[in-house]
Design a protein around this ligand. Structure first.
Ligand code: NAD
Length: 467
């Protein structure tokens, strides 16, 4: 969380906080530091706007399609700002913006329909879907726009209004996005609030909110659920992960190495469903380590705005400290860095892409979510033990199995305790598929029609066939 004394933006009376560029560690712009007391008026306006917004699905579709076009048109303005505050390479910011527009289009066209209930009774009844009311969407800093759209696109398509709170590390592109969307959406249908805690806590527990949809860490998710428990709101939680990739003994290492590397290191490893642990057959372990380490050593790390950068900085100082601490602890426990293992010299929050071997299996870098550009590669002799180790944490977001015999790989994937399992891939998601973590990684379902229904409530009228 950005610290420092609240300041006032030049020429205004509003309190602000500084947003830092992670490539330099220096502040570059201010964002409004809204007070929790302001939420009463914001939620009240969202409630008023809901009355019209919920009534006409065709009008919503038109508005959301126009909103998607507006996002595409503003990409050249949004992308550099997103890179500046988040750190990711510019091409990835453009991809995130394209995904945001695509998600708006997908949900704009998705019709929840009505479903008849046929159970043999002489009653005509059908499920009709109703919106919930104002939705509180709280998101983290790793994919500020993409994750925000994963909340507001289905919520708005369902006829709800949304109060969106980005992370204080990345409020700027979200504020710009809201102003871009305001050209297509009625007033107060989507409101962005920015500020430091307890703004999020107060939003999650606001009595006027009907659905709290949160993406972030497990401890904060628990706090959000506790806060919302005193209100009538539904709660959806998309939380942390610690995904395992299990390599089978028929895997062709050179064929999969690029995909596996980027599944772990994209966005500097700051992806909830990044590969965070690799289990490799002992016979192939050294080859896997070297293939990944060679890529880690040669990947260009630098400011996201530099055209050659493939990896940017870690987003913020506490996150960098966490990555550093986990890595140092593993090294102190006897691990060896086949690549990286340290911060990079100079300003900014840069950490060398790190591949670790000889890591004790119960080291925090294996068992906890370090959420950075660090990848432990662990050898196994017995596949059952590898599957047990993959399943042996409290996390349950994603997992993957890599091998040549696809039937065998699928049988192993079927044994993974998580919401999504990939074969020879990782973290590829269709807009049309459900996305849900199990165990501590989440509550509720996002994505596809399930994401839409997660923002609706069923309404059933029972009508007899005879008066
Ligand atoms: P975080 O939990 O610290 O913060 C997430 C959001 O909650 C931010 O907007 C933050 O300001 C806000 N917040 C902080 N305290 C709050 C409180 N008491 N009440 C309400 N809101 C509060 O997470 P982070 O560090 O920003 O993001 C990284 C985490 O997000 C990782 O654990 C990662 O795995 C997870 N994540 C999960 C998914 C998923 O889909 N499952 C996707 C992306 C990130």
């Amino acid at each position: 969380m950005p610290t420092g004394r609240p300041r006032r933006a030049p020429g205004t009376r509003a309190a602000c906080f500084a947003v830092l560029d992670p490539a330099t560690g220096e502040p570059f712009e201010d964002a409004p530091d809204q007070r929790p007391e302001e939420l009463d008026a914001v939620v009240g306006r969202a409630h008023t706007a809901w009355h019209d917004w919920r009534t006409d699905r065709a009008a919503r579709t038109t508005a959301l399609l126009a909103a998607a076009d507006a996002v595409d048109t503003a990409a050249a303005e949004l992308a550099p700002l997103l890179t500046r505050e988040q750190g990711k390479p510019l091409a990835e910011s453009y991809a995130e913006i394209a995904r945001t527009a695509a998600r708006l289009r997908y949900f704009a066209e998705l019709d929840p329909g009505t479903q008849p209930i046929t159970d043999g009774r002489p009653v005509r009844s059908e499920i009709r879907w109703r919106s919930l009311g104002p939705v509180a969407a709280i998101v983290p800093w790793n994919f500020p726009l993409q994750l925000a759209s994963a909340k507001f696109a289905p919520a708005l398509a369902a006829g709800n209004t949304v109060v969106l709170k980005p992370s204080p590390y990345t409020p700027l592109a979200t504020r710009l996005l809201a102003s871009v969307l305001s050209a297509a959406l009625p007033e107060d249908v989507l409101t962005v609030v920015t500020g430091r805690e307890p703004l999020g806590a107060r939003l999650a527990s606001h009595p006027g909110i009907r659905h709290v949809t949160f993406t972030g860490s497990i401890p904060t998710g628990r706090a959000v659920a506790r806060g919302a428990a005193a209100t009538p709101a539904r709660v959806t939680l998309e939380l942390g992960g610690n995904d395992a990739a299990v390599l089978l003994d028929d895997v062709r290492v050179e064929r999969i190495a690029d995909r596996l590397f980027w599944a772990a290191f994209r966005n500097c490893g700051q992806v909830c469903m990044a590969v965070k642990r690799v289990y490799a057959p002992a016979r192939l372990h050294a080859q896997v380590v070297e293939a990944l380490a060679e890529r880690a050593r040669t990947t260009v790390v630098g400011a996201g705005l530099h055209p050659d950068s493939r990896l940017g900085p870690v987003n913020n100082a506490p996150q960098l400290a966490r990555v550093e601490h986990c890595t140092a602890q593993a090294l102190a426990e006897g691990a060896r860095a086949a690549a990286g293992g340290h911060r990079l010299d100079g300003p900014g929050y840069f950490f060398a892409p790190t591949v670790l071997t000889d890591v004790p299996p119960d080291s925090p870098v294996v068992r906890e979510e370090q959420f950075g550009p660090v990848l432990p590669v662990l050898p196994y002799r017995n596949l059952d033990e590898a599957v047990a180790a993959a399943n042996g944490t409290g996390f349950g977001l994603g997992g993957s199995v890599w091998g040549t015999d696809l039937d065998r790989a699928e049988a192993v994937a079927d044994r993974l305790e998580c919401g999504t399992a990939w074969i020879n891939h990782h973290a590829e998601l269709s807009l049309a598929q459900p996305f849900a973590g199990i165990k501590e990684s989440g509550v509720g379902v996002a994505g596809g029609p399930w994401g839409l229904y997660g923002n609706l409530t069923p309404f059933v009228v029972h009508r007899p066939e005879e008066p």
